[in-house]
Design a protein around this ligand. Structure first.
Ligand code: ISJ
Length: 325
């Protein structure tokens, strides 16, 4: 079962039972690819409400302790040591926030479909999805596009999104430098594949209670180079760091959990476009709890309290839209 909504589009979509694959979820490490077979077709709000999506129990959850500010601060200091030792500009560290439903509403049951509909309403410009497959349930959605390829005119668009502060706060050098690392990286790759690269000015991108810095890119590319561009772009320094292989190793040794689909991407092929959405603001759901995956760019200027607050604010994208009934 898969339902999703495209950015700035009110319609909901699902896939039918034909053999084509038009939607695939690629894990952060690209080792797992979850294909959804079928042509993309519209699905009504009523049909979504009638779907039965019930999270399964998983016995191992008792062993998982809740991350605290103190334990995350320790990981941030390890990330800083790694950055210093390897002379990096940034590394993206994340946490898997354990959310127990009992802590929210002990009397009621989580409705996945109503939560999905509420989430979509809260983030109209995001790609939002809910899937259940092989006993796993994931929901997520964000407006960061890793790639959008127009099959008619071969234009390719992507964006550099990074730096996070609460909506009412001002940018500091830390966020500006962080986002520039992503912009420079994307630019260096696209230049290899296109001679007419266009780069926009950098603007604010508001996402609920927080804002990010965003620069848009567009270029004409040859369709044969699309897969190569995506594999070179992912994971960008918005979700990993630069150089990416070294940062991915650092992340693995510091985070101590599998990111799974978090910070991976979702490929969606329609008649006219091939989209690649960055899989952020997402969570996996079980019977009594959910894992909310949230992270942020760490630099030598990072303040552990601010980084913790940033992940808390990011986790509200999912948490504030859960519906218990
Ligand atoms: C890593 C996440 O978000 C990414 C990292 C950001 C940052 O470091 O400021 C901002 C937006 C995203 O590109 C996340 O939401 O978990």
């Amino acid at each position: 079962m898969l339902i999703f909504k495209l950015p700035d589009n009110d319609k909901f979509f699902s896939v039918d039972n034909t053999s084509d694959v038009n939607v695939s979820f690629v894990s952060f490490d690209t080792k797992t690819i979850l294909d959804f077979k079928g042509n993309i077709k519209e699905i009504s709000r009523n049909d979504i409400e009638d779907l039965n999506v019930s999270p399964k129990s998983k016995s191992s959850f008792i062993e998982i302790a809740k991350e605290t500010l103190e334990s995350y601060a320790l990981k941030i200091s390890q990330a800083k040591d790694f950055i210093e030792k390897n002379e990096l500009k940034k590394l993206v560290l994340s946490r898997r926030k354990l959310l127990m439903y009992l802590d929210i509403d002990a009397q009621k049951k989580l409705s996945m479909t109503k939560s999905f509909l509420k989430f979509c309403e809260s983030y109209p410009s995001a790609f939002c999805y809910l899937f259940e497959k092989n006993g796993e349930i994931w929901m997520g959605g964000f407006s960061e596009v890793l790639g959008k390829f127009n099959k008619r005119n071969n234009s390719f668009e992507t964006m550099s999104v990074a730096g996070t502060v609460p909506v009412e706060e001002n940018w500091t050098d830390k966020e500006i430098e962080e986002q520039k690392t992503v912009t420079d990286y994307i630019q260096s790759i696209l230049k290899k594949f296109s001679s007419d690269l266009k780069v926009s000015s950098t603007k604010d991108m508001i996402s609920g209670n927080i804002k990010h810095l965003k620069t848009d890119f567009s270029a004409e590319i040859s369709p044969e180079s699309l897969d190569k561009i995506i594999s070179e772009l992912h994971p960008t320094p918005a979700v990993c760091g630069f150089p990416k292989e070294l940062c991915a190793q650092g992340i693995k040794s510091i985070e101590h959990f599998n990111r799974e689909f978090y910070a991976g991407y979702i490929k969606v092929e329609t008649e006219d476009f091939i989209y690649y959405f960055v899989n952020l603001r997402c969570a996996s759901f079980f019977k009594n709890y959910a894992f909310l995956f949230v992270g942020g760019g760490i630099t030598l200027k990072s303040d552990p309290h601010k980084e913790w607050d940033e992940t808390e604010l990011k986790s509200l994208a999912i948490q504030n839209n859960l519906v218990f009934e």
